[in-house]
Design a protein around this ligand. Structure first.
Ligand SMILES: Cc1ncc(COP(=O)(O)O)c(C=O)c1O
Length: 420
């Protein structure tokens, strides 16, 4: 910056300084700072005391089976790029082409100027993929749930919600102002009883479950949920953030794996996990789409997905269809890891999928094991409350389709050694 620039800045600072020198302004600023500091001390102090203060690790390079984590090259067993599509040449090229041809932003919300033919095409392809009449894309899975749930239910209605549902379902329920009836995780009898009671006391009932539980790796009893919802006249929402692309013979997710193709009113899937891009979708009837376009506030009041994200997701979807070996290999890797750990006496229950938890229990011990694994060249993230219930801190291990057998075995051996 030249001297003239410096002078201009100091003149502006001087002018501000003059205005701020009044005692009222200083008092106001001090009280704001004081309140912030007080709040931060209260919140962060509590988190620190529980041993759950977070810090973000810095990773470098493209998401893949190997990455540089805080300066050290390690095997990556964390994250949700399950099929290793985030940096696939076809996906990257589709995004780059879209950036060149259509730019890097949709430029507004879908209902104003942002509804591009690209979005509509992606939605048609997603609907065809999951076998529904229509689909609507959202900026993230979190936004999809906090938008869809309040569009489906409101005051006087009730959501019957699995105890381990994702935070975005919990927050969607809160925003909806509907009553919430939490049922024990995966307990079909409890769901049945709750649905029976709630249909008598409430106008509308929504049963909400995750397809694959993101911290446990077990699959919801989707067939039973569909039967229950039909019998009780309830709507069923299936959040298949982690099952989309990874489960079922065609990759259509937890529903396909469980042999259920009908009876799911609302299917949520993400584009930012196995589909290697960013965003999410809600699929169902054309009427559902119309409802969401008109009533899902996180859709209405938010910018549309950018063209590179849309085109990356489309390219990834084509690969999901064309290359079933990716999900087969992913599940084989996960099964190998679970078996190798089980043989050494390390439980990964209740996982049956590519999300493999090793529950350690205590927060600090969990993070110490995570650090020790990093030292050995493996990154499997430690997960603590509130992402999982208190006392169940764990390693959340997520193999990818492109890890080799010897890499899976080396990770298992390192975990066994650290837990010994
Ligand atoms: C079950 C479930 N639903 C929703 C989400 C939110 O998806 P997104 O990361 O696209 O916001 C996640 C994120 O991990 C999840 O695990």
């Amino acid at each position: 910056m030249g001297e003239a620039g410096l002078e201009a800045r100091s003149a502006a600072g001087g002018a501000l300084g003059t205005r701020a020198s009044s005692s009222e302004a200083i008092d106001a600023r001090a009280s704001t700072g004081g309140a912030l500091e007080e709040r931060a001390a209260e919140v962060l102090g509590g988190i620190e005391a529980r041993g759950t203060l977070r810090r973000m690790r810095v990773l470098a390079g493209a998401q893949g089976p190997r990455m540089v984590v805080e300066g050290r090259e390690v095997l990556l067993f964390a994250g949700s790029n399950y099929l290793d599509l985030a940096h696939h040449p076809e996906v990257a090229e589709a995004a780059a082409r879209a950036a060149r041809d259509f730019g890097c932003a949709a430029g507004g919300s879908r209902l104003i100027n942002g509804n591009l033919n690209l979005h509509e095409r992606l939605e048609e392809e997603l609907a065809e993929f999951v076998g529904t009449e229509s689909a609507l894309v959202f900026a993230t899975g979190y936004m999809a749930n906090v938008g869809a749930i309040p569009a489906l239910v409101g005051r006087g209605d009730v959501v019957v919600s699995d105890a381990l549902n994702h935070a975005s379902i919990i927050d969607g329920c809160r925003l909806s102002q509907a009553d919430v009836r939490v049922v024990p995780h995966g307990d079909v009898d409890a769901m049945d009883a709750a649905l029976g009671e709630c249909t008598a006391t409430h106008r509308r009932v929504l049963l909400a479950v995750d397809g694959v539980y993101s911290m446990d790796g077990d699959v919801a009893p989707v067939a039973a949920c569909a039967e229950l919802a039909a019998r009780h006249g309830a709507m069923l929402l299936l959040d298949d953030a982690h099952g989309t692309g990874t489960l079922g013979p065609s990759g259509r997710g937890a529903a396909e794996l469980c042999g259920v193709e009908d009876g799911i009113d609302v299917r949520m899937g993400t584009l930012g996990k196995s589909l290697g891009s960013f965003g999410a979708f809600v699929a169902g009837s054309a009427r559902l789409r119309e409802l969401l376009v008109n009533a899902a506030r996180s859709f209405i009041f938010s910018c549309a997905l950018a063209p590179p994200q849309v085109e990356a997701a489309r390219a990834a979807l084509r690969l999901v269809v064309r290359e079933p070996w990716r999900r087969e290999r992913l599940q084989a890797n996960a099964a190998r890891l679970r078996a190798r750990l089980a043989a050494a006496g390390v439980s990964t229950a209740p996982s049956t999928t590519h999300i493999v938890p090793v529950v350690i229990g205590e927060n600090r011990r969990t993070m110490a094991v995570c650090e020790a694994l990093l030292e050995r060249g493996f990154y499997a993230q430690g997960i603590r409350h509130p992402s999982v219930p208190e006392g169940t801190a764990r390693l959340r291990i997520t193999p990818m389709a492109t890890h080799r057998d010897d890499e899976i075995d080396a990770l298992a051996d390192a975990i066994v050694a650290e837990l010994a």
